[in-house]
Design a protein around this ligand. Structure first.
Ligand code: MN3
Length: 196
């Protein structure tokens, strides 16, 4: 059985940038539904004993979609924090300077990708095989961890359900709010893991 991981903060902790109502729906309903659907799909499946990561690498269709959405959402919640005092480590900062030129340039590249990610999907800061940081978009449930090409460092959910309650159709405003909430401590950890 797959379970809904705990949210790493209270539902109202990201207010006013992301409301408790958004978390109520996004975590309490959307994320939970992916977990419930995955468990229902696996009941009679030979893939039942696989871990979430194994399912993402091996499954297709609805099992892949629900497994990847479970993983992506858990990663996304950890990318956010109410703690305003996190910042990129010295080594991550150096990598950002060398890959993008500056933190402002990274933000612009990330937000441009997120704004132009057509339909539903995710925008990611990843590390590629050459240990270079780059921004990539995925569609629907697709996730960098299904292949070993990219290691995920940071993600933003750009499905409308991530922002419609708070920002209606204004994805750009959601991205500004999202950027203020980034958990750089978590991002630093993902960067360290990707560097190994
Ligand atoms: Mn979502």
């Amino acid at each position: 059985m797959h379970t809904l991981p705990l949210l790493p903060y209270e539902k109202d902790a990201l207010e006013p940038l992301i409301s408790a109502e958004t978390i109520e729906y996004h975590y309490g309903k959307h994320h939970k539904t992916y977990v419930d659907k995955l468990n229902a799909l696996l009941e009679e499946s030979p893939l039942k004993s696989l871990s979430l990561e194994e399912l993402i690498k091996q499954a297709e269709g609805p099992v892949f979609n629900n497994a990847a959405q479970v993983w992506n959402h858990t990663f996304y919640w950890h990318c956010l924090t109410p703690n305003k005092n996190t910042k990129p480590s010295e080594s991550l900062d150096e990598a950002i300077q060398s890959s993008f030129g500056s933190m402002e340039a990274l933000k612009k590249d990330f937000c441009d990708h997120a704004l132009n990610n057509f339909g539903s999907g995710w925008t990611w800061l990843v590390m590629d095989k050459q240990k270079k940081l780059k921004i990539v978009n995925t569609s629907n449930a697709a996730t960098p961890i299904s292949e070993d090409t990219w290691m995920p460092i940071l993600t933003c959910d750009v499905w409308e359900h991530a922002y419609y309650i708070d920002s209606r159709n204004n994805r750009a405003q959601y991205l500004e709010n999202y950027w203020e909430l980034i958990n750089w401590a978590f991002v630093n950890e993902q960067f360290e893991k990707a560097c190994l």
